[in-house]
Design a protein around this ligand. Sequence first.
Ligand SMILES: [Zn+2]
Length: 338
Amino acid sequence: MPNTCRRFVFAGVLIAAIGVAACSHDGSRSEASASAATTSQASASQNSAAAAKPAESAPPASQTGGFDGAKAYDQVAKIVSFGPRPPGSEGIHHVQDYIHGQLQSFGCTVDEDDFHASTPTGSIAMKNIIAKTPGTGQGIILLLTHYDSLGSVPNFVGAEDSASSTGVMLEMARLLCGKKQANAVWIAFLDGEEAIIDWDKDNDHTYGSRELSASLAVSGDLKRVKAAILADMIGQYGLEIPRESNSTRWLVDLIWKTAAHLGYQNIFVSREAGYSDDHEPFLARGVPTVDLIDYDGYQQPKYWHTAEDTLDKVSPRSIAIVGHVILESVAELQKKFH
Ligand SMILES: [Zn+2]
């Protein structure tokens, strides 16, 4: 995930240009190639992390609206076990097969969008994977996560960034696929969020979300999207999600109201912070979109975009709570757009 740039939004016009002054992006370390780490090295370190019991456990699913935090955490562990998964790598191919297989086993209709991204290191094959649940009407509620990991840091397996949100969305698919509701729910697993070389140069980021938003615009489906909810880095201990300031206000309000109603005011906090992330291509095309992200907490222990982003940094309780809030917010959106 994303850049630390604070962005300004003027009268609803999103400034899409990159390279705003005063950005600091620690992730711009670019000395290593995308596949610097071997899968076996990463797997060895992951296995030791996976063996450790998490310091917090997920509440029973009955306390989180049916969202099973333990299952979501197991998905996070599984994603991490494949090792580094930068775009075009062997690791990400395994993860793609795994996500696809899981979605099929949940009864989802699964679409894959294979595309070639033009990056500073040349063309890279990428893949968005979209699980589709049926709707009785024309509307779509879109859930988003990226699943690639940063390739420029050796041994980076991205447990928090981005396995945590990928695990949440897989569990969401388990719950929602096969359920016919007023609005279809599409759950998109996006490739290529991370910079290949440098986030702040050459539009080198958010390849998957730019591709999906463009392809949905071409197909005409984008007009059907009532709301989009992006999750990114939402699994850490001591989670605090600020109101992301570029996000669509009414949608932020709906989610924060839902979270407060469920008693999670200490996690969905009232302070604001703005980030550049996969929500921006959708906002730029007029889709009401929110980014659920705790960048600051992740930054505090300084393990963001380091090889220290391992499974032991992910709390089953945090992902259970975020899953609960997203699930209930989808239900609120179903009512709102019935
Ligand atoms: Zn990242």
